[in-house]
Design a protein. Structure first.
Length: 263
């Protein structure tokens, strides 16, 4: 059985002042954002994750989006250097949370990388070249993870924030993607499910074991996933979506096989 740890962080009271790239700023109901984030954590817990919740950071608006601060593999965790300068201070506390569980490496400046731009499929890391993540970071990542048997492939994206806004993994060999934001042929032999075109933000799904955490706001795409016999659990995350966050962004998942005698 797999042990799963989910690192999360409380919603910052400054969330409404966070970075925005593709969305217009609109009011965020902070209480509702906290309630929705709590619902998301409860769903993770119901799927077998042990939650490690870091305290909210009053001065770091986007810090609830912990995914961007690191790339966690079974063998190592790579601390990111977020493309937005306002987000770089988020990394140190994530490093402290990861240190008991993984050896740490770090992307060094001037390279920049957001964890939301890294999609792992087996032993391949796809790295989105975005406004946040550059080629130098992909090269550094290749040097760090290559010795563990991972390949790094860069993928250009357009009109969205992160690679995982455009594509995410929904089964071992299946991706869910928005073909308007990423070239569907970029992911080897993986089976492809396309989002419903009326739901452009629906490609961001979080796979936890055999289940997929998915936003309630994308029912048409949910139907497509279910038609592929995938098990979908929905969550309402409208307030986090106003800050350009999705379901993958709010956790760093650490998986490890349960040790014998510990089951
Ligand atoms: C940002 O622009 O950095 C935040 N407002 C949203 C980050 C969302 N993170 C993610 O998709 N991995």
């Amino acid at each position: 059985m797999t042990m799963r740890l989910a690192i999360t962080r409380g919603v910052s009271p400054a969330l409404a002042r966070g970075e925005l790239t593709h969305l217009a700023r609109q009011p965020i109901d902070l209480d509702l954002a906290r309630e929705q984030h709590g619902g998301y954590e409860a769903l993770l817990a119901s799927l077998g994750c042990t939650i490690v919740r870091l305290p909210a950071e009053p001065d770091l608006p986007d810090s609830v989006f912990v995914e961007d601060a690191a790339v966690v593999l079974d063998e190592i965790a790579v601390l990111a250097r977020p493309g937005a300068a306002s987000r770089r201070e988020e990394v140190d506390s994530i490093a402290r949370a990861l240190a008991p569980h993984r050896t740490l490496a770090r992307i060094e400046g001037p390279a920049t990388l957001d964890g939301g731009d890294v999609l792992r499929m087996g032993r391949t890391l796809y790295v989105g070249l975005s406004t946040r993540t550059n080629e130098r970071a992909a090269q550094q990542l290749r040097g760090i993870v290559g010795p563990f048997g991972y390949r790094v492939e860069t993928v250009p994206i357009a009109r969205c924030l992160h690679l995982k806004s455009a594509v995410s993994q929904v089964a071992a060999e299946t991706v869910l993607l928005n073909p308007a934001w990423v070239d569907p042929r970029s992911f080897g032999r993986a089976e492809r499910i396309e989002i419903d075109p009326s739901e452009p933000f629906a490609a961001n799904a979080l796979r936890v074991g055999d289940s997929i955490i998915f936003p309630e706001a994308s029912p048409q795409t949910r139907r497509r996933l279910e038609e592929h016999a995938l098990r979908v659990a929905t969550v309402d995350v409208t307030e986090l979506a106003k800050a350009e966050g999705g379901v993958t962004c709010c956790t760093l998942l650490l998986e490890s096989p349960e040790t014998a005698g510990n089951s």
